[in-house]
Design a protein around this ligand. Structure first.
Ligand code: PGA
Length: 253
C-alpha cells in the first residue's frame, strides 16, 4: 500500500547545485526509516540531476517545478518531459500559483503541461487555489471548479491516476498564514466532489495542501482523511523543519 502521506518540497528559484545537494542529503538522512510518509523534492532545473544522483541510495524522489508539453522544439526557456526524465525526475509540479499569477499561465496552458506530464508516466502535481480577492468575494468554489474542470475536460481519463491535486490558496503561500483546518477540509471536499462528479473517476483524488505549511501548523490538518500530504515551500528549505514535518506525519498514522 502506498504511504498515506506525501511531503513534497518545492524549493522554487532557490539554492545552487552544491546547496541543493547538501540540503537533499540532510533531508534524506533526517527522513530515513519513515513508515507512512513519502518524501519528494523539487529542486531547480539546474540542480535536478545532481540532487537525483546524491539520493540514489535513498527512497526520496526528485521532480521538477514545471514541464513543457512538447518533447522538443522552438520553445525558448522551456524544459521538456524527456529532458526531465533524463535527469531522473519522476514527477513535475504544474500550475503553481506563481506560474499562473506572476508568469501569466492560463488554465488552458497548464492543462497542456499536465496532460504531457501524466502521459509520460510521471506523476503530475496539479495546483489549484483562489486569490485573496476571490476568497473575499465568495468565489473560492467557482475558482476551484474552473481550474479543476479545465483539467478534467482536457486530459484523457486514463491518465488521472497520474494526477495528484494540490490545494494552495494563493493568499496562504509564503505569507506565514496557513489556511484554517475548516477551509482546507471544505476546499478538499469540493475538489473531491468535482473529481468524482465528472462520472468516470474510479477513486477519489489524492489532494495535498500547500501554503505556509510549518511544524507549528501541520498537526492541525495532517490527520484529515481528505489530506494526502503537503506541498511545502519555505519550510522545505530548512532540513530540520522539513524533517520535523515528516515526524509529525508519522505520529498521526
Ligand atoms: P510556502 O510555499 O510553503 O512557502 O507557503 C508553498 C508553495 O508555494 O508551494
Amino acid at each position: 500500500m502506498a504511504p498515506r502521506t506525501l511531503l513534497v518540497a518545492n524549493w522554487k528559484m532557490n539554492l545552487g547545485i552544491a546547496e541543493s545537494v547538501s540540503l537533499a542529503r540532510a533531508i534524506a538522512e533526517g527522513c530515513s526509516g519513515l513508515a507512512q510518509t513519502e518524501i519528494w523534492l523539487a529542486p531547480s532545473f539546474t540542480a535536478l540531476a545532481a540532487v537525483k544522483e546524491s539520493l540514489s541510495s535513498t527512497p526520496v524522489k526528485v521532480g521538477a517545478q514545471n514541464a513543457h508539453w512538447a518533447d522538443s522544439g522552438a520553445f525558448t526557456g522551456e524544459v521538456s518531459v524527456p529532458m526531465l526524465k533524463e535527469c531522473g525526475a519522476t514527477f513535475a509540479i504544474v500550475g503553481h500559483s506563481e506560474r499562473r499569477h506572476i508568469l501569466g499561465e492560463s488554465d488552458l496552458l497548464v492543462v497542456k503541461r499536465a496532460a504531457a506530464v501524466a502521459a509520460s508516466g510521471m506523476q503530475c502535481i496539479f495546483c489549484v487555489g483562489e486569490k485573496l480577492e476571490e476568497r473575499e468575494r465568495g468565489l473560492t468554489s467557482m475558482v476551484l471548479q474552473r481550474q479543476l474542470i479545465a483539467l478534467l475536460d482536457g486530459i484523457d481519463r486514463k491518465l488521472l491516476p497520474n494526477i495528484i491535486l494540490a490545494y494552495e490558496p494563493v493568499w496562504a503561500i509564503g505569507t506565514g498564514k496557513a489556511a484554517e483546518v475548516e477551509d482546507i477540509a471544505s476546499a478538499h471536499a469540493e475538489l473531491a466532489s468535482i473529481w468524482m462528479s465528472t462520472g468516470h473517476q474510479q477513486s477519489a483524488p489524492r489532494i495535498l495542501y500547500g501554503g505556509s505549511v510549518s511544524p507549528e501548523n501541520f498537526h492541525t490538518f495532517v490527520h484529515l482523511p481528505s489530506v494526502g500530504g503537503a506541498l511545502v515551500g519555505g519550510a522545505s528549505l530548512v532540513a530540520e523543519k522539513f524533517t520535523e514535518l515528516a515526524k509529525i506525519s508519522e505520529q498521526q498514522q
